[in-house]
Design a binder for this molecule. Structure first.
Ligand code: HEM
Length: 450
């Protein structure tokens, strides 16, 4: 049901101020996206903005977004961001919808079962420990680069392990960030004609998409011809059979692997970067967490068993996912008429929401811009359903437990070895020029802990 353009009957939402002829609200959305989306809350629960001439309905309350994602899941599809991505990135979980999505989700789900997460956690701990030992002490570094490298390594190991050659790994590491960076930018272009203009950015994006698909194809072909090696996500995708006894096609396996690669690296890396930023600003809290780690974790390192016992660390990570929720822009499109807060949305309406701004709603999080891990110990049961860093409903992040384990393991490993200080606290800026909200200008110094 893609490409629906029937919009008659949509009515009643206030239009955000500042609309310009032709471009609509594109300029504030590109220049100050988070502030722009956050300010819409004051106008009402459903606000109309224009991307070029296309009207888009922004849902500004967590209650409505939850209704959209859960109760109304069958009345929407993923929308134009994903329509544009489909021809390039295929039809993996991240992009597919409806019955095809459900079918694939059932097949891929076992790769994220708890026993598998336990197995991955042991590998994550070994990888994190090796990486953080190589980090250099006592000089300013771009922490986010190091963390990105580590989270990509972790996802690649879980996906492919020994199936991946160093050259293939390099190609993926170069291509994946370019694809992710271009993905949202392209969605905001008014027509696909602009994507065909051979600018350096467009050429770079197309080349990165080709390289990513080609490299993953190569890995899938090699793995399907060889002996099953270690248990990886890829080995599971190769062995799985649907109800009719059919295996997944090599193209579908490639698309699923690309989906996981794109959905599963930047999100965890930016969350960790924000966590370390917040802890660097609060040396006492950082020391308290380091103490907790010392008490809970043995010298042999962290395993999945101890993760739930790290109460303060867990609260700090939850608070990071609240205040700095990575996915600042997500979309859906109505395939049936909808009605939210008295506003009727006709078939074909585009709907936008920002998980980042939703989690800064003072009705649910008093003093919402304050980083306060203790609120999770005080108010944790207040409105758990409205806390949705991993979204909700049938498209809820399939990697949520993987991500939680990964972030806890990396945080524990880093904080056991290093004390983090900020080089220039005032130069860190929240930016949203990619798929996630990042701390730009985050430079830190690492000091060895005794
Ligand atoms: C902090 C870390 C992460 C956050 C905040 C996050 C958030 C999200 C969100 C909000 C969605 C839903 C998008 C939508 O509905 O349009 C999603 C989907 C998805 N995520 Fe994550 N994610 C994280 C880590 C991961 C990891 C580590 C993996 C894999 C290893 C992963 C794999 C996926 C996949 C495959 C989907 C598509 C699921 C579907 O539509 O069925 N994510 N994620």
């Amino acid at each position: 049901m893609t490409g629906i353009h029937l919009l008659r009957g949509t009515s009643g939402a206030p239009v955000a101020p500042g609309r310009l002829p032709l471009v609509g609200h594109l300029l504030p959305l590109m220049r100050h996206p988070i502030q722009f989306l956050q300010a819409l809350e004051r106008l009402g629960p459903v606000v109309k903005i224009y991307l070029w001439r296309r009207p888009v309905y922004v849902l500004t309350t967590p209650e409505l977004v939850r209704t959209l994602l859960v109760q109304d899941a069958a009345k929407v599809e993923k929308g134009f961001v994903f329509d544009k991505a489909r021809p390039l990135l295929g039809n993996g979980l991240f992009i597919s919808e409806g019955a095809a999505h459900l079918h694939q989700r059932r097949l891929v789900q076992p790769a994220f079962h708890q026993d598998r997460i336990h197995m991955y956690t042991n590998k994550m701990a070994a990888q994190a420990s090796l990486a953080v030992r190589r980090w250099e002490p006592d000089r300013p570094i771009e922490l986010i680069e190091n963390i990105h490298e580590l989270t990509r390594d972790i996802v690649l190991e879980a996906l492919f392990a020994a199936h991946l050659s160093p050259d293939q790994k390099d190609r993926i590491l170069q291509a994946a960030p370019v694809v992710l960076g271009g993905f949202i930018r392209r969605a905001l272009y008014p027509s696909s004609v602009i994507e065909k203009i051979p600018t350096p950015a467009n050429r770079g994006f197309d080349a990165a998409v080709r390289a990513l698909r080609h490299t993953v194809d190569e890995i899938v072909t090699q793995a399907s011809q060889g002996e099953p090696a270690e248990e990886t996500l890829l080995s599971l995708l190769l062995s799985v059979r649907d109800d009719a006894g059919q295996p997944m096609s090599p193209v579908q396996i490639r698309d699923e692997a690309v989906s996981v690669l794109l959905a599963g690296t930047e999100t965890s890396a930016t969350s960790l970067a924000w966590l370390f930023y917040e802890l660097a600003r609060r040396p006492e809290l950082q020391d308290e967490i380091a103490e907790e780690i010392k008490t809970v974790i043995s010298e042999d390192g962290v395993t999945w068993r101890e993760i739930p016992d790290l109460a303060l660390m867990g609260a700090a990570l939850n608070e990071t996912l609240r205040l700095h929720t990575p996915n600042w822009i997500l979309m859906r499109r109505a395939v049936l008429p909808l009605r939210y807060a008295g506003v009727s949305l006709a078939l074909g309406s585009d709907i936008l929401f920002s998980l980042t701004t939703l989690h800064r709603d003072p009705r649910h999080y008093p003093d919402p811009f304050r980083f306060d891990p203790e609120r999770w110990q005080r108010d944790s049961t207040k409105s758990p359903k409205l806390f949705m860093p991993f979204a909700a409903g049938p498209h809820k992040c399939i990697g949520d437990s993987f991500a939680w384990a990964e972030m806890m393991v990396i945080a524990v490993t880093v904080l056991t070895r290093w004390r983090i200080t900020l080089v220039a606290p005032d130069s860190v800026r929240e930016t949203a020029n990619s798929a996630t909200v990042r701390p730009d200008g985050l430079r830190v110094t690492l000091h060895r802990r005794n």
